[in-house]
Design a protein around this ligand. Structure first.
Ligand SMILES: Cc1cc2nc3c(=O)[nH]c(=O)nc-3n(C[C@H](O)[C@H](O)[C@H](O)COP(=O)(O)OP(=O)(O)OC[C@H]3O[C@@H](n4cnc5c(N)ncnc54)[C@H](O)[C@@H]3O)c2cc1C
Length: 359
């Protein structure tokens, strides 16, 4: 997604652009190869991501409208379950108001009245971002690459090799290689990117039951629980998607097998029994294993390589990067033409110990 949007945006700005990918577009090993990704502007005090998500939502929907693919954004709304005195929620409310983003604050009683299929504890309320929702991830990346080629971009299913000193300085090389960045640039990135295995299950909804489909159920996040759970309604009839946002064990994106481990279904079923009791015995109808490519705190890396004038790095999506593709591309295009750089995206700001702060 990072590479696709950067290539497309640069091409639209009139550059000659070649997009390389050894495995093809949005393949099964890529972090962007999943069915769906959340787009929401709730980011606690990290307002920079609220603004980027807001901008990206406009650019995604404009892109889908212009290319006649409106179904790739499903405006389900995003429901973020909140606790009383929840610092993240309080800061989110301020940031959303500041950015004039449409949201509703649901009291615990209102949450239960509107969403009786969610068995939330009596003290839990929610922030509902009405215009947020789900991006149909794999198809969305394919759409961006198709448009990139249609407007004259070149796409090659080949690996871009690590930079050589003698490469002509007129070429700019942008390595938007997500989880592969650490392998390509081990000297600067292998200790600054933490790849974690993330497992996802899709549960079959009961026959004829619309409670788990949009509009009755939005995308939701339940980060107050120990497992930090989130999920999607039954989009494209693929099932009710459920995942934990907590970081899993280390993973190699090339060689990892993608079978979900035995304990995951059991843990998820226990969660369903508590929070979505009508799905407690729903069958697993599909499963995915993907990886987060985390930076120390969750901030992206979008910076020049310290040893090469013409080499740029873009990655570190950290489990929340997908939605931001269009804004990241706009940002990088601006920096390449002399715009100011954001300190939080610098390589120098990245630590070698994981301590996540961005949610
Ligand atoms: C389970 C899961 C759930 C997530 N949920 C969300 C969400 O709800 N919302 C959200 O916003 N984000 C979410 N994310 C994060 C988001 O998906 C990632 O941040 C984003 O997809 C990263 O995109 P990327 O382009 O950097 O990486 P990738 O999609 O992995 O792409 C990197 C590409 O680089 C290519 N490559 C590797 N080596 C080379 C080379 N030498 N030359 C050329 N190309 C190369 C690879 O083949 C690959 O296609 C989630 C991630 C996961 C795993």
């Amino acid at each position: 997604m990072f590479g696709a949007w950067i290539a497309y945006t640069l091409r639209r700005a009139g550059h000659t652009v070649t997009l390389f990918d050894p495995y093809g577009t949005a393949h099964s090993r890529a972090s962007s190869g999943g069915e769906s990704r959340i787009i929401r502007c709730c980011y606690g005090a990290d307002e920079i991501y609220t603004r980027m998500a807001q901008r990206s939502l406009t650019l995604w929907t404009d892109f889908f409208a212009a290319t006649k693919r409106p179904q790739l954004f499903q405006r389900t709304g995003v429901l973020w379950l909140t606790e009383p005195d929840d610092r993240h929620a309080n800061a989110s409310r301020l940031a959303l108001r500041d950015a004039k983003i449409d949201f509703e604050d649901l009291s615990p009683a209102e949450l239960r009245r509107r969403y009786p299929q969610i068995n939330a504890p009596s003290h839990v309320g929610a922030i509902l971002e009405r215009n947020a929702g789900a991006l149909m991830a794999r198809q969305a990346v394919q759409a961006v690459v198709e448009e990139f080629v249609r407007i004259g971009g070149i796409h090659r299913q080949v690996a871009l090799q690590p930079p050589q000193k003698e490469r002509t300085a007129t070429d700019i090389l942008i390595y938007a290689c997500g989880p592969w960045l650490g392998k390509l640039f081990p000297e600067i990135l292998s200790s600054r990117l933490f790849l974690t295995r993330q497992e996802i299950l899709f549960f079959g909804i009961p026959p004829g039951d619309a409670r788990f489909q949009p509009p009755q159920l939005p995308v939701w996040l339940d980060f107050g629980t120990e497992r930090g759970m989130y999920g999607f309604p039954d989009l494209e009839t693929r099932g009710f998607k459920l995942a934990s946002d907590r970081h899993g064990p280390p993973i190699d994106p090339d060689t990892a097998d993608r079978l979900v481990s035995a304990g995951t279904a059991q843990q998820m079923r226990a969660y369903l029994a508590e929070r979505f009791p009508a799905l407690a015995s729903a069958p697993v109808v599909d499963a995915r294993v993907c990886q987060y490519e985390n930076t120390s705190n969750g901030d992206f890396i979008i910076d020049r390589h310290p040893a090469y004038e013409n080499v740029w790095l873009a990655g570190g999506g950290s489990g929340h990067g997908f939605k931001h593709g269009p804004a990241i591309a706009e940002y990088l295009t601006g920096v390449l033409s002399g715009g100011s750089a954001e300190q939080r995206f610098s390589l120098a700001s990245k630590k070698t110990v994981q301590s996540r702060t961005v949610f």
